[in-house]
Write a protein that binds this ligand. Structure first.
Ligand code: SIN
Ligand code: FE
Length: 294
């Protein structure tokens, strides 16, 4: 299977025919990355000042914007710049939303908008614990934010002003990853999910699905032989390009690059064209158990 499906559009507002939309949905759900090689997110002159790692809190790797609260997190700047930064992230969020609703209109009625992030810190050489180390192949799963099987759909745009690509490694299909790691994973211990929620370590109850996905995420990252030996390829996302990917399904690692914008969406499994392709249904088939209410 080709990893990349290219779409030549240069316009965030572009309209797509039924057959183009169908092809895009099928590509994504089958684990392909949709790449727009020439879909640039233009910065206003006053926004160039944000292209520095100094804009992020020392301990943070990302600046994030929550569209529900309209709050920007982990930014290190004056009040005036904070407002401009928020506007910058809102602009990107609106563009990404237009793109997704035009290209994947089948998802629109059920789509939930998550956080917007700006990633101004060079990835390569950044210190972190192995669990947080995104230079290791992984599928996305969040310890504090269970998603009960909802799909994680992300739009990325490389806005690097110095010609530097975002370099990813992309690994094996989800089914192959799951076959490798699932057999050794024990079910979540009884009572653990309730305890985690009571201690506010998770925002909602951690389902069996979330438990398995986190375990797969952690075990992929912990296994250095797997990191080296798994079938994989390297992709260079050039500045001025945009890509869409279901990051709970596609094994990925971000190796180097600086200055990327990202918008997250969540999608209930039932809203997919083919729900059987979701990690939730794949893991349910493999375990013979219902793993989440979705
Ligand atoms: C990730 O989702 O693992 C990181 C992707 C990126 O920042 O390029
Ligand atoms: Fe990731």
């Amino acid at each position: 299977m080709q990893i990349i499906k290219e779409i030549p559009s240069q316009d965030w507002q572009a309209q797509y025919s039924e057959s183009d939309q169908q092809a895009a949905l099928e590509a994504l759900e089958n684990g392909q990355i949709i790449l727009f090689p020439a879909l640039t997110f233009a910065l206003g002159l006053h926004e160039n000042k944000f292209l520095t790692p100094a804009i992020a809190d020392l301990t943070a790797k990302n600046i994030s914007y929550n569209p529900d609260t309209q709050h920007v997190r982990c930014a290190h700047c004056s009040e005036h710049d904070y407002r401009e930064l928020r506007h910058f992230l809102e602009r990107f969020s609106a563009s990404a939303t237009t793109l997704i609703t035009h290209l994947l209109s089948h998802y629109t009625p059920a789509l939930e908008t998550g956080r917007t992030s700006f990633r101004p810190v060079e990835i390569s050489g950044r210190p972190s614990s192995y669990r947080k180390d995104d230079t290791r192949l992984h599928v996305d799963a969040f310890p504090a934010t269970p998603n009960h099987g909802k799909r994680i759909l992300r739009v990325f745009t490389n806005i690097n002003p110095e010609g530097q690509p975002r370099v990813w490694r992309v690994g094996e299909p989800f089914q192959t990853v799951a076959e490798q790691f699932l057999p050794a994973i024990a079910p979540q211990p009884f009572g653990k999910a309730t305890l985690l929620q009571a201690l506010r370590l998770t925002k909602t109850i951690r389902s069996q699905y979330d438990h398995l996905m986190l375990q797969i995420h952690d075990r992929m990252k912990a296994n250095l032989a797997y990191q080296r030996g798994a079938e994989q390829c390297e992709i260079h996302f050039a500045p001025g390009s945009t890509w869409i990917v279901l990051t709970d399904q596609v094994s990925h690692a971000a190796m180097s690059g600086q200055h990327v914008l990202e918008q997250t969406f969540y999608l209930p499994v039932a809203a997919m064209l083919n729900p059987q392709l979701s990690p939730l249904r794949t893991l349910e088939k493999m375990t013979g158990k219902r793993l989440a209410r979705n």
